[in-house]
Design a protein around this ligand. Structure first.
Ligand SMILES: *[C@@H]1O[C@H](CO)[C@@H](O)[C@H](O)[C@H]1NC(C)=O
Ligand SMILES: *[C@@H]1O[C@H](CO)[C@@H](O)[C@H](O)[C@H]1NC(C)=O
Ligand SMILES: *[C@@H]1O[C@H](CO)[C@@H](O)[C@H](O)[C@H]1NC(C)=O
Ligand SMILES: *[C@@H]1O[C@H](CO)[C@@H](O)[C@H](O)[C@H]1NC(C)=O
Ligand SMILES: *[C@@H]1O[C@H](CO)[C@@H](O)[C@H](O)[C@H]1NC(C)=O
Length: 346
């Protein structure tokens, strides 16, 4: 790349010579006009440690180059790739000109919360996708842009999310917070009116976050320490299709009677908990995972409260292996109710 630009530039030397400054400044310095025009060959000014393809001048690729500090980001850049480096800090100066950013990829670095300037992201008013997973963050960075649609901060060390962290993010549809150290989310999710996918699995939550956003399609809560759920906690979530709560501490007592009898749900995963009974589920559910609990009885009423030609369960998959029942415990009239189930594992 560097050699190619030298050849390219030797053809332009006469022009450079007419410049009042040292024509060879570009060879040993990286500052000033000479540098800027040299890099004209690659689609605009571009730091030496990165690539800015001439065919896609709004993108800057700096991923996987062993960087420990932020490069300078020219104002035209919309898509910035900084993942897989060892960047430890984001000082205020780092993104002063980068106000056009739409995507900012910073996953797999060494960022700590203390080393991120409090206002550095404030001016990125068009940022939509921000990846920060696999860093060393202990909190959500301050003043994130309200324009975000996809925020990924999984695999960090975040302990707490407060309402101010996510305030006003009306367009956020995807939030990955899994594999952190969350113990408390208070009502931080309440404002996220567009959120469809929430992944907070692999944390230390002992209860379901309050005020779940209305538009959720997917709710992933597995591998926490949740032992009970509030009455009607899925009640207002009319778009919800996938609920995963495997690997928690759920008991029968912790699940109010019609909690999972909500229409619209397609998949429910309650595997690896401490349930002794099959919870009541809606007839519209298609996949139910209950393996590795302590279920002692096959209660057909959990699937069909009433059976006739039109009232039957839409379940296709039912997993009950790793419980205290066997195939002999499934009553013969089950075939009436579970007539779509091609896969019942006991
Ligand atoms: C920002 O842009 C100004 C003016 O073009 C320039 O002088 C400065 O070096 C730039 N800063 C960074 C960090 O890119
Ligand atoms: C980030 O965490 C890893 C693993 O816990 C550790 O080895 C590394 O030193 C940390 N880096 C910083 C900058 O704190
Ligand atoms: C959300 O998206 C809409 C439509 O693209 C846009 O007009 C609006 O400014 C965005 N909201 C924020 C807070 O950026
Ligand atoms: C599940 O909910 C439906 C609709 O609200 C209701 O008709 C049905 O009786 C409930 N199932 C059970 C087993 O309670
Ligand atoms: C179940 O049966 C009742 C009473 O016969 C009927 O009103 C209802 O529409 C049926 N539900 C479904 C899902 O077919």
């Amino acid at each position: 790349m560097f050699l190619a630009t030298i050849f390219f530039f030797s053809a332009l030397l006469p022009f450079s010579l007419s410049h009042p400054r040292d024509p060879f400044a570009w060879l040993y310095g990286r500052q000033g006009d000479a540098f800027a025009s040299l890099q004209g060959a690659s689609g605009g000014q571009c730091p030496e440690e990165c690539d800015c393809p001439p065919t896609f001048p709004v993108a800057m690729y700096c991923d996987g180059r062993g960087l420990t500090a932020m490069p300078n980001v020219p104002a035209r850049i919309k898509y910035l790739y900084l993942q897989n480096n060892a960047i430890t800090s984001v000082p205020e100066s780092a993104l002063v000109n980068a106000t056009s950013l739409v995507w900012l990829m910073m996953h797999y670095n060494q960022l700590t919360s203390e080393a991120i300037d409090k206002k550095v992201f404030l001016k990125l008013e068009g940022l939509e996708r921000f990846y920060l997973q696999h860093n060393n963050l202990t909190s959500i960075p301050s003043n994130l842009p309200r324009s975000l649609r996809d925020l990924r901060i999984n695999n960090n060390k975040i302990e707490k999310v407060s309402p101010a962290d996510l305030e006003g993010m009306d367009n956020l549809t995807i939030l990955y917070l899994h594999d952190n150290a969350l113990t408390d989310m208070s009502t931080s999710l309440k404002a996220l009116t567009s959120l469809t996918l929430l992944d907070i699995s692999g944390n230390k939550l002992t209860k379901v976050p309050g005020a779940l956003p209305d538009h959720l399609h997917q709710l992933y809560l597995e591998s926490n320490s949740i032992d009970s759920v509030p009455e009607d906690f899925l009640g207002g979530l009319t778009h919800l299709q996938y609920v995963r709560m495997g690997h928690n501490q759920l008991t029968d007592k912790g699940i109010p009677p019609n909690t999972f009898n909500v229409t619209g749900l397609v998949e429910l995963d309650l595997s690896f908990n401490k349930l002794e009974r099959i919870p009541i589920v809606s007839t519209t559910l298609q996949h139910l995972y209950l393996q590795a609990n302590q279920i002692k009885e096959f209660t057909l009423g959990s699937f069909c409260s009433f059976m006739d030609v039109t009232n039957f369960s839409k379940l296709r998959t039912v997993r009950l292996d790793g419980n205290e029942i066997g195939r002999q415990d499934i009553p013969s009239e089950s075939s009436m109710c579970l007539r779509m189930a091609s896969d019942i594992e006991v």
